[in-house]
Every structure is written in C-alpha cells, then in structure tokens.
Design a protein. Structure first.
Length: 209
C-alpha cells in the first residue's frame, strides 16, 4: 500500500464483517470509515483523499447497486469493490458495466480484498491527479488575453499564421507574437503540444458525423 493518505469506506449491514475489515485495514495503517447503510454514508462528508468503496450488494433498504447508480448519476467517481454472500452472474455483470473494479463473494480472502483495494486506490489517485492537471491547464488558459485565447483556438483548428492573420485582420507577425506569448503562458513546448492542450480543454468542438 502507498504511504500517501487514503480512506477506505466500508458499507455493509453485517456488523461482524464491518468490524473484521476495519481491524484488517487499521492494522495496515489505512484510514477506514464504517457504515451500516448507504443512507448513513450519503449523510457523511466525503473523504478529500484517494478513496475506495467496499460495498455490500444486498442490504435492507437501498442496495449496493442502487447506491452505485446514484453515484454514477451524480458523477461521483469512487472505485467500488462489491462484496456479497449471494453473488450471481447477472448482478456482477450489472455492477461491472457501471464501473465496479471487483466483485468478491463472502467469505473472501483478506489478500483478495487488499489486492482489489490497492487497485482501487491506484485508480482514484490517477483520476485525482488527472483532474488537478486539467484544473491547472484551465487556469493557464484563463491567464491568456482574449486575443491570445482566440489565436490558440484557431491554431488548434489547424489554421496557419497567415490564415489566422487574414481571419482576424491583423498582421502575420502580430499573430506570431501573440502565439509565442500564449505558448509561454500555457507552457507548451511546441505547436503539437499546444494542440493536445486544446484537445484536453475541449476548445475545438468535435466535427459532426
């Protein structure tokens, strides 16, 4: 397990399983939050760190699949490991289609759970890093002047400096000055890199079919 702070959320109506998983994870120095129902989890403050959810698929009231559906609808991306004493193929297929990373049948081996958790945390760390990088890229783009943004978008559309000069009615040399300043602010080392940044920011809409 990584030394970076992380949290495992366990939701299961079986108090013995909650206690067992809690002891296992705490013995490894992992922060764990235990809940007896999905409603208790939804009332809580979500952890602000890499997180993985260990979720019982069958519980009184709202099921684990119901919670997964809610999280997907709310665009809350939390890696989910489903555990169940009554697993069947249709349930596992449904869970995996919605993005679950593992489906463990009780009783499961501690190592199988730990392997799944390690995979889930690695996935969430990568997602959070990607979101941070995208937020930083957006901030850099917002630091551009309106003219620089306009030129970056035209460059991303494949327009040459001569064409951009004609499009917006300025000298080609002026286009190149604005483009150079924009690349410095965006920290783009080349025009292809600037184009990839524009793609990540979705500055150029996809061509219609």
């Amino acid at each position: 397990m990584s030394d970076a702070p992380s949290t495992i959320v366990v939701i299961d109506d079986d108090p013995d399983l909650r206690a067992s998983v809690g002891r296992l994870l705490r013995s490894l120095g992992i922060d764990v939050q235990l809940f007896a129902s999905t409603s208790d989890f939804l009332k809580s403050e979500p952890p602000d760190c890499p997180t993985c959810l260990v979720l019982d698929i069958r519980m009184p009231g709202e099921s684990g699949l119901d919670l997964q559906r809610e999280l997907v609808t709310a665009n809350r991306e939390i890696p989910i490991i489903f555990v169940t004493g009554h697993g069947d193929i249709p349930m596992s297929v449904q869970a995996m289609k919605r993005g679950a990373i593992e489906f463990l049948t009780k009783p499961f081996r501690d190592q199988d759970l730990l392997d799944a958790i390690q995979h889930g945390l690695a996935s969430d760390r990568a997602r959070r890093e990607s979101e941070r990088n995208l937020a930083d890229l957006r901030q850099r783009f917002q630091s551009l002047s309106p003219r620089e943004r306009e030129i970056v978008i035209l460059v991303a559309r494949g327009r040459l400096s001569k064409q951009i000069a004609y499009d917006i009615g300025i000298a080609e040399a002026t286009v190149k000055v604005h483009r150079s300043k924009a690349m410095q602010k965006m920290r783009a080392g080349s025009l292809p890199e600037l184009g990839r940044m524009a793609d990540k920011l979705k500055l150029v809409p996809d061509a219609p079919d």
